[in-house]
Design a protein around this ligand. Structure first.
Ligand code: PXP
Length: 240
């Protein structure tokens, strides 16, 4: 299973002081050296952490896979077509949210998503849709032409006991459904060193996007060690 490290919060630390450091591009290189197989950023409409200069620099240096999360807007489409990340993940975005709240309602925006997905695909940019663990959203994502889905693991991460098991089962079921339809299955949101194990055990999921937990650990033990610790947890059980 591949780890894509979300480095938004490296930029959050920089923006807390409107300073020049830390630079997300430095974190991206360190993450790749520590075994990450992808770098993810969310270019928010309000540019509260990652900005376009970060995206341009990252496009220059990232050699694994650069995945840019963005809202379904004409502005973001133009930025993606200009900067050409390897993958775009379309996400819902609400102005004052602390972090992404839930997956896309693909049906409600199907024409806009289809149009954007087609233009990205024509530019050889992979398209992933961030969706809740809901079979209807998988069907809609496939109809919209997505190459991949990213299943929202937030509800699993937030739940306890039986509710957590139920959320995990929904993720596994949706993963099977999507993989049968030839859609690549990714997952992320709220994953940590403590809760990632049962997600790693789902065979259809090939990549995880993890940000907050890694940057939080990095603040205390260093970025290299924080990434390596997570890479180790994603290794096949026999190699751990
Ligand atoms: N996937 C998506 C679509 C996200 O919006 C985020 C948060 O930016 C993540 C994954 C990573 O979540 P976390 O920071 O909780 O690991």
């Amino acid at each position: 299973m591949r780890l894509a490290v979300n480095i938004d919060h490296i930029a959050t630390i920089r923006e807390a002081r409107r300073a020049r450091e830390p630079q997300p591009v430095a974190a991206a290189l360190m993450a790749e050296m520590a075994g990450a197989q992808g770098i993810t950023i969310h270019l928010r409409s309000d540019r509260r952490h990652i900005n376009e200069r970060d995206l341009e620099l990252l496009r220059e240096v990232v050699t694994t896979k650069l995945n840019v999360e963005m809202a379904v807007t004409a502005e973001m489409l133009q930025i993606a077509l200009r900067t050409r990340p390897d993958q775009v993940t379309l996400v819902p975005e609400r102005p004052n949210e602390v972090t992404t709240q839930g997956g896309l309602d693909v049906g409600a925006q199907s024409q806009a998503i289809k149009d954007i997905a087609r233009q990205l695909a024509e530019a050889a940019i992979r398209v992933s849709l961030f969706i809740d663990a809901d079979p209807e959203q998988v069907r809609r994502a496939r109809q919209a032409g997505a190459h991949a889905i990213e299943i929202n693991t937030g509800p699993y991460a937030d739940a306890q006991g039986d509710a957590r098991l139920a959320a995990l089962t929904r993720i596994a079921d949706v993963g099977r459904l999507a993989a049968r339809g030839d859609v690549e299955v990714l997952a992320g949101h709220g994953l940590s060193y403590l809760n990632v194990g049962p997600i790693v055990a789902i065979p259809e999921i090939v990549e995880l996007n993890i940000g907050h937990a890694i940057v939080a650990r990095a603040a205390l033990v260093g970025f290299d060690r924080a990434v390596r610790d997570m890479v180790a947890l994603l290794a096949p059980a026999g190699l751990r």
